[in-house]
Design a protein. Sequence first.
Length: 492
Amino acid sequence: MTSDIPAIADSPLSVRRRRHLVWLLPVLWTVALGLWGLSRQDSVWRDEAATWQVAGRPAGEIWRMLGNVDAVHGLYYLLMHCLFEVFGASTATLRLPSVLAVAVAAACVALIGRRLAGPAAGLGGGLALGLLPAVQFYLQEGRPYALVAAGAGVSTLLLVSLAGSGRGRGTLLRWTAYGTAVLVCALLNWLSLLVLPAHAVTLWWARAGRGLWLRWAAYGTAAVAGALPLVLFSRSQSEQVSWIPPLTWHMLIGPALLLAVGAVGALADRPVRGRLSLAAVGLPLLAVPQLGLAGLSLAQPLFQDRYVLFSMVGLALLIGAGLGAAVRACAPRFPRGADLLVPGVVGVAALALLPVELGKRAPASRIDDVLAVAGEVCGLKRDGDAVVFVPAARRDTALVSPGAFTGLADVALAETPVASATLKGEEAEPDRIRAALLGQHRVLLVTDAAEVAKPPSAERDRAKAAVLREHFEVVTDRQVRGRRVTVFERRR
């Protein structure tokens, strides 16, 4: 005897729950990965220290600083200033926005995957994003790159929605949201505008109609126009990226491997010209930013993987395509096995990547730790001692942990970072630094650890090193997490 009551698993409520789980599970999974070891053993490295010390300034002082340096990160600094004001300065406040941003990107991957290739592809891609090694690094980073990835995910989801829904209700609102997402990403890092040519390739691949092309061009152009003043102004501060080395072939090995993996995922999706597929969305989003940044780097060295972290959204979509294809292949013969394939593969991948996951959460994953060296200074200092920094950018440890430097005289500093509207302050001329050091009995030198230190290049730094070498002797030398504190006493 059969029942007229439909099975619970087939009820509309159950179907809706399963649809929500496709994006909700990746969000929860990504947040869990992000919260795991969030403080990195209470360490903060130099890039995050810049965020910390700028976010702690009054908004007016931040705005004044942006006229001299780091305008490209201005919106991010102002956002972090607001969060520090509300929640206080801590490693959790510093990094939690990145955790939540990657979770948003994972949800977008899942929704795109579900729409274009089914629930398994959406779930697999959404869960895979947080496991990618590059994403693991910036998942817990107090910098804007994860936020850009979230914006790229949102804009790509909106484009997919608009490409598949014609002129339906809410189209204008979604196009406005698309242009806004692209613009906000550009204000966080204008290299994110490389998402636009990636989306253009997607539209070309799917043989989009003339109306769709025109609307995309209009809103994309508006976003570029909105970001153009920042792009032009930040070019006047290009010395900030002068440390990036010229592009070499070995720098392209990593991107080439990523593109190879992406191509495999694209083949699994059986891409067909003329239809919107995961391959048509994911492969351009992975490849175009990587290739575009490489092309720009031929004119000016800019090639850093974090600048195109958002391209990992494309890689996750392609991984989802591969997993979705595998589930479809298994389902006819092994239906129960097919249901377990995605969680099984993700679980195995998580275990295989455990050394990477642990490494990214250790202080040694970054080049240095400004908080650790501040602790060493606090233990070694005596009231009345002097302190100098080589290079001057290592003053960041005092700016993030001012209490550790209480009682020390920063004898090289002529104008504080806030007063000079800079990141590291303005130092006195070499002759004045020399005279100030010669008037000291005991000096603490904060610099880089021996294995990463470079010979002093600035004349001021060479003057500091010469005075300490000629007139002082080392009494204590400590190295900790990429930095070094050396105590000098005046020779008798």
